[in-house]
Design a protein. Structure first.
Length: 427
């Protein structure tokens, strides 16, 4: 049995080996690699991009500026966008080095499903604008890695297409329509497609003020301004991919959009269709109609958590929409650390936003999250590496989380709170 002294040596060997024989290297907690390899899915890990920071830089170099800004930017001065990540990174974990330790297991049960890791892919709108076929690529990556994929109402793949990719094992995020008839049609389509977990959105009661999007004149398809044309010309991989995939569209909504609308009138139609905030009066009929798991996304205070529990919701996702809506709100880790102990025995408490590594995921789980979701990180992977960028990103995050769990001596995801240094939690 050969022994390796650093994770870098292991990753380089695994990258080289997996590309040649389609196998994964099994590494013990002591850094040893057994002589007999076990066959798993083909690895797409690329050692040139061992972090989200590397993927972000590569993605930025390949994308038009307007597409990158839509993915990476926040609202106003991006104070809350930065705070999401910086506050999570203040969380510290306590290692146990001299105790017996048989290994770490990431498998996590959620709503009756067993996933291979305690994280999933969050809903992202306009994915196909940022990279051609990004939504489909990420759905396939989620299937391959057995983690949940969440489809946005305003994504560029339809409910039915994602259902085919995932064999019906996907979550659907509903932007609440102004008309009940459209709401019911979307719920029916999602259910018939096999979706059993519906996410309703609370943290977008109004349209955000995002200076970079305003300056870019963001729309779908992109406006043909001189600035945007130059950016597309300077991004040949993106441009060729768009030509092959066809112009990005709101595929789930396409059948409800009148034909022949100009970009201006399409924007007005979408604004009118999805205007208004989520209220108790809107939650109640959805709970009555939806027979599967019902999750509300955007909870950051105990009052709203009480409402979710009152109406029989199964889960809540602590989220501030990735710092894209309220620039003077709290970071996600602060309300999570308060809501999880208070409500965790009544409802599943999850978190979205600010995670860019396995260490960030571990920090959120240690603060009491039952599960975590990321939107930007997997998208950076696809925009950087294309079709298999999602697989690379999920595999990388699994490796990183595994290292943290083994380092601190945590055998199961549910035991990470035992390693939390409570005084390190912000707020």
């Amino acid at each position: 049995m050969q022994r390796y002294d650093s994770i870098a040596e292991v990753l380089k060997l695994e990258d080289k080996t997996s590309r040649s024989i389609g196998q994964s290297i099994v590494v013990t907690a002591t850094g040893e690699i057994p002589q007999t390899l076990h066959s798993t899915m083909t690895s797409h890990f690329n050692s040139e991009y061992p972090s989200i920071e590397h993927l972000r830089a590569k993605a930025k170099s390949r994308m038009p500026g307007f597409a990158y800004d839509y993915l990476a930017a926040g609202c106003f001065s991006e104070v809350n966008l930065a705070r999401n990540a910086s506050d999570i990174r203040k969380v510290q974990l306590k290692p146990w080095y001299l105790r017996d330790f048989a290994g770490a297991d990431q498998t996590t049960e959620l709503f009756g499903e067993t996933y291979d890791a305690p994280f999933g892919i969050a809903p992202v709108g306009l994915q196909g604008l940022m990279w051609p076929k990004a939504c489909e690529f990420l759905a396939q990556a989620a299937v391959d890695h057995n983690v949940p994929f969440t489809l946005s109402t305003v994504s560029t793949a339809s409910i039915e297409d994602v259902s085919k990719i995932t064999n019906g094992r996907f979550w659907f995020q509903l932007y609440h329509p102004a008309e009940d008839d459209l709401r019911d049609k979307l719920l029916e389509r999602a259910w018939e497609a096999g979706c059993r977990t519906l996410v309703i959105l609370a943290d977008t009661p109004t349209f955000a003020y995002r200076p970079k999007e305003i300056r870019n004149g963001l729309s779908i398809p992109p406006q043909m301004t001189l600035r945007n044309i130059v950016q597309m010309f300077m991004s040949p991989s993106w441009a060729m991919g768009q030509l092959a995939a066809g112009k990005p569209e709101f595929k789930t909504m396409k059948q409800y959009i009148p034909k022949g609308l100009s970009m201006k009138h399409l924007g007005l139609f979408m604004n009118k269709t999805f205007s208004g905030r989520l209220t108790e009066a809107k939650i109640a009929p959805i709970r009555e109609k939806w027979k599967g798991n019902l999750v509300v996304k955007g909870i950051v205070n105990p009052e709203d958590a009480e409402v979710a529990i009152k109406h029989g919701l199964d889960g809540m996702i602590v989220s501030n929409h990735g710092g894209r809506q309220l620039d003077r709100g709290q970071s996600t880790i602060v309300p999570l650390s308060r809501l999880a102990p208070e409500f965790g025995d009544k409802i599943k408490v999850m978190i979205d936003g600010g995670m860019y590594s396995g260490a960030d995921i571990a920090a959120c789980l240690a603060c009491g999250a039952d599960f975590t979701f990321m939107g930007r990180s997997p998208m950076f992977g696809v925009c950087a590496l294309g079709r298999y960028g999602g697989q690379h990103t999920l595999e990388m995050l699994k490796k990183q989380l595994q290292q943290v769990m083994e380092q601190v001596g945590c055998s199961q995801v549910s035991r990470l709170p035992e390693h939390l240094i409570a005084e390190s939690v912000p707020g």
